[in-house]
Write a protein that binds this ligand. Sequence first.
Ligand code: URA
Length: 260
Amino acid sequence: MKGKGRLEEVARFFRQREELGAGDLYMDGLTRDEALAFVADRTGNAVPVGRSATQASSPTEAEIAPSPTPDTLDLSALDYDALRQAAMGCQRCRLARDRSNVVFSDGNPTARLMVVGEAPGANEDRTGLPFVGQAGKLLDLMLASIDLSRRDSVYICNVLKCRPPGNRDPMQDEIESCSPYLKRQIELVAPEVILAVGTFSAKLLTGASKPLGRLRGEIYSYEGVPLIVTYHPAALLRNRGWTRPAWDDLQLLRQVLDNR
Ligand code: URA
């Protein structure tokens, strides 16, 4: 099959994908809209594949890509909604290129406790919410063990707002590019206590470079806010021997919350 026939075949494939609920399409740097426009052009279809004429002329809100945020934007002056919006269009590092979603936060922005993790994984990138995979389930259980719930009493975010490919470790320049978002997020949420989970978050917020096992067990201060560090739930899933010290960290956290 050649030429137009082949393109119609491709168009049919896209239609099937959409019917099956696969609305997003990325092909070697082509966005879904670019790919659809490409096919529409070549098949002579005025209407992009899989959408009606009215839909085609008025994209839904979800289909409007956030406008790119200038790298020079001063985040320190933004309010919460503006900060979130800026993060949605952030292009400060290479991770912007392949993300499906910016993962800004979950939970309650007026909570007393802020949990800071490392970076989104595949599930988080897909849903736009932090800690929704296996590690997230364990985190929810850890919080529940000291009477805290994700929905009401905790605000959750990460050092990086976009997923490093293949779940590799965050790179130093990515942390540097992204940490102004976290800094402003902490100022605006103004938690009474911060819990850093995992090495990257613990090192960034304490400013120390010791391994996590030697950092935990103390109360630090981040810009005057008490800060406790503990193992990342994903690490706890791999190392059962760290369950006891993680439990002790949670008791310390409960104590700090109760004494404020
Ligand atoms: N690990 C993290 O540190 N953050 C997430 O959001 C998910 C997994």
